[in-house]
Design a protein around this ligand. Structure first.
Ligand code: IPD
Ligand code: CA
Ligand code: CA
Length: 264
């Protein structure tokens, strides 16, 4: 499989979809917002963007299945799948705010092969393919060199529908408020990961995420020299609903800290 070529084609498709998202963003109204669950929203823009992406990807790789947030296509169990979030950061989008992104990953079972995160408002396309390094708008990107958590700017997502692990999460925040450069919640997990990959953030952690939130971004972080794991330091971050991504230097320290609160 020519992963580089596939990746560049997916970037083009993500950019075209981003143009559609931007155009519709100008017109979006409160009556376009549907409620999927507690604080979980969707619009016709998410759904139409996904349909556009799936149509394009079918032409690119007819044998691959789909794991897509808004339910398009059929999963190919244990085989090649596109893992798609057509609009990551819907809450930002409906409030007219950046960032929001198109996220498209390609996986063979659990092995990530390619990833594209296109942050629509900044017109930044982050991408990587397995073994091919990571890029943003044609320029190679690298994770930061921060040596410790104390030297780090941390990204996370706040719980918004499942509050069972609130105490553990608040413990991590309390620690990080006092022992890091600060914590950001920018509202798009795919963009959080892309920003770790290019060194803007030094680490990111969040739980209750879905595969489409992390598939593309996790590969981009790894190809940019970073490290990705679940909260136990294992590799079940794609389907395991918890992820830590770091600049590699700080992974062990950051992992031990998150693990301490969540698994004590
Ligand atoms: C959400 C964003 C957000 C994260 C949520 C995700 P959506 O995705 O990535 O940053 O905190 O957990 O569900 O719903 O906007 O595609
Ligand atoms: Ca998402
Ligand atoms: Ca989404």
């Amino acid at each position: 499989m020519q992963l580089e070529k596939i990746c560049l084609n997916v970037c083009q498709l993500a950019r075209e979809t981003g143009l559609f998202i931007n155009q519709e963003g100008e017109k979006i109204k409160a009556e376009n917002v549907e409620v999927k669950g507690l604080n979980n929203f969707v619009t016709y823009v998410d759904k139409n963007a996904e349909a556009k992406i799936v149509e394009g990807l079918k032409k690119l790789l007819p044998e691959a299945g789909f794991i897509a947030e808004e339910g398009s296509g059929k999963e190919a169990k244990g085989a090649l799948n596109w893992i798609i979030d057509p609009l990551d950061g819907t809450t930002n989008f409906i409030h007219g705010m950046p960032p929001h992104a198109v996220s498209i990953g390609l996986a063979d079972g659990e092995e990530l092969l390619a990833g594209v995160v296109y942050e629509v408002k900044a017109d930044e396309c982050f991408y990587a393919w397995k073994g091919g390094n990571a890029f943003m708008n044609n320029k190679q990107i690298h994770v930061s060199k921060a040596p410790t958590v104390a030297d780090s700017l941390i990204a996370t997502g706040f719980p918004y529908y499942d509050f069972d692990q609130m105490q553990a999460f608040m413990g991590t925040l309390e620690y990080l408020f006092q022992n890091s450069h600060g914590v950001r919640r920018i509202g798009s997990a795919a963009t959080d990961l892309a920003y770790v990959a290019c060194g803007r953030f030094d680490s990111f952690y969040e739980y209750n995420l879905n595969p489409w939130d992390v598939a593309a971004g996790a590969l981009i972080v790894k190809e940019a020299g970073g490290q990705v794991s679940d909260f136990k330091g294992e590799s079940n971050y794609l389907f395991g609903r918890e992820i830590i991504a770091s600049n590699n230097n700080t992974h062990k320290e950051f992992l031990a800290l998150i693990n301490k609160y969540f698994y004590k």
